[in-house]
Design a protein around this ligand. Structure first.
Ligand code: CMC
Length: 437
């Protein structure tokens, strides 16, 4: 069998180095021994945005972007979306296996009984402007939860970690719904333990004066599927933030606030909100070609298109398209869907998109579903955050327990000025005859 090594010749010195290959990767630290004159700090690998750098070893999510494969703990996302529930998937991500019926019952029960918030959180939310973006409120309040649970700092205590994981998965929807109701001046609706995770979220969003809120089962299931599809996506931007903050041994509430802040960006979880704004700006099917021309000319990006990893299609987008049909059959057809379908048709036949391998991603159709269910656009990234929470937590815990991990601290290639001095010091050095560069 061929040796699992890479031989590097440094043409500056003529020296050869054998570097081991493990799991299809070389260790960047092995490059340190490659120096131009036998001393110094050695060769760095330069990879802004981690285009080809693995920052961890992970057993949680597998993606093959070329073949459009997404698996959680080995299970294809299509099967999970069809046959399981979001809380089952959350259990799978955190524990590595699907729960048996007893474990499932205990897990659902525990999460259901951690949905309430400390009443002071309501006062915190009340302090936000009526037009505060709910994602800003979520980032602020989930970070604030860290001050309510100082026991969360005990990150190497397994029981404590489990409790914080339950709290976070349980409380994110409550924070999210309270943020939404604050914007419209509605009284906060408390969780209903009789309902499913998704059904309860719909209840907290829309319960008015009725004694019992009854979620529409099609919309409840659609929301559950969307949460499953967002549950993890290996080392994406916000997960990388979760791991980086976790690597400093911050508590998981603070790390989740940081991850949610990353998700808020329009290139990440904020994209679904931008898709809906874009479809509204296009306004009609007849204006789609003109819009695509503007994208081709480099004036704009087509939101909801393109992905760092998927270069053929995003498997989540395909599932979502089907869910959109189910939801719109209940809520009535949306003119935005017609614009989206036309945009997809025109873009996929266009040279620019073919050449750049740009396909609809998870965010392209999810906004149409959210909007049909009745969520305001500002809530779209918040929904993404609720779905991604189990993934963040699974990745946080895996990173924390990985003996190879240390505090995340990348290197840099310095491109600034060489040493120089303030005028007075320069003159003094010149007088003393020492270097004053
Ligand atoms: N519309 C038009 N051109 C695009 C788009 C787009 N949506 N996405 C990429 N390109 C072009 C880009 O201009 C560049 O062209 P060139 O090589 O000629 O300069 C080329 O494709 C490569 O783009 P990139 O920005 O280097 O690719 P990336 O892997 O760094 O970015 C991305 C991935 C998702 C940030 C990007 O495709 C994008 O901005 N898409 C729109 C925002 C979006 O939908 N984000 C949601 C991503 S999926 C959910 C999630 O992860 O949160």
């Amino acid at each position: 069998m061929a040796e699992e090594t890479l031989t590097i010749t440094d043409n500056r010195t003529g020296r050869r180095y054998d570097v081991p290959i493990r799991n299809g990767a070389i260790a960047a630290t092995d490059l340190q021994k490659i120096t131009s004159n036998g001393s110094g700090s050695g060769l760095l690998s330069y990879d802004p945005a981690f285009l080809n750098t693995a920052s961890c070893r992970s057993a949680i999510t597998f993606i093959d972007g070329e073949r459009s494969i997404l698996r959680y703990r080995g299970y294809p996302v299509e099967e999970l979306a069809e046959r399981s529930s979001f809380l089952e998937v959350a259990y799978l991500l955190i524990h590595g296996e699907l729960p048996d019926p007893t474990q499932h019952g205990q897990w659902v029960d525990a999460i259901t009984h951690h949905t309430l918030l400390h009443e002071n959180i309501k006062k915190l939310i009340d302090g936000f402007h009526h037009d505060a973006h709910p994602m800003g409120i979520l980032v602020g309040t989930v970070g604030a939860l860290s001050t309510f649970y100082p026991d969360a700092k005990d990150i190497f205590n397994e029981a404590s970690r489990r409790l914080q994981i339950l709290r976070l998965i349980a409380k994110m929807p409550t924070l999210a719904a309270f943020a939404a109701r604050h914007a419209v001046g509605m009284p906060y609706a408390y969780p209903d333990n009789d309902l499913s995770y998704a059904g309860n979220f719909l209840n907290m969003m829309w319960k008015a004066t009725e004694l019992k809120y009854e979620p529409n089962p099609v919309l409840e299931r659609a929301l559950d599927i969307l949460l499953i599809l967002h549950a993890d996506h290996e080392q994406n931007c916000s997960t990388n933030v979760m791991r980086a903050v976790g690597s400093a041994h911050a508590d998981p509430f603070s790390a989740t606030a940081a991850a949610a802040a990353a998700l808020y960006g329009p290139l990440h979880g904020g994209a679904n909100e931008q898709v809906l704004r874009m479809l509204k700006e296009i306004g009609s099917v007849s204006r789609v070609s003109e819009y695509v021309k503007r994208v081709r000319s480099g004036e704009l990006r087509l939101m909801g298109f393109g992905h760092r990893v998927y270069k053929n299609y995003d498997p989540r987008a395909q599932i979502i398209k089907k869910v959109a049909d189910d939801v719109l059959a209940v809520t009535g057809r949306s003119p935005l869907l017609d614009i989206a379908l036309e945009l997809e048709r025109v873009a996929l036949a266009d040279d620019y998109f073919i050449k750049h391998r740009l396909y609809p991603n998870v965010d392209f159709y999810s906004g149409i579903i959210y909007s049909a269910i009745g969520f305001p656009v500002e809530m779209f990234p918040v929904l993404f955050a609720i779905g991604r929470t189990p993934g963040w937590l699974a990745q946080w815990q895996e990173g924390l327990l990985d003996p190879e991990q240390k505090i995340a601290r990348p290197r840099q290639v310095y491109t600034g000025s060489p040493e120089r001095h303030l005028p007075g010091i320069r003159a003094a050095k010149a007088e003393a005859g020492t270097s004053a560069s």
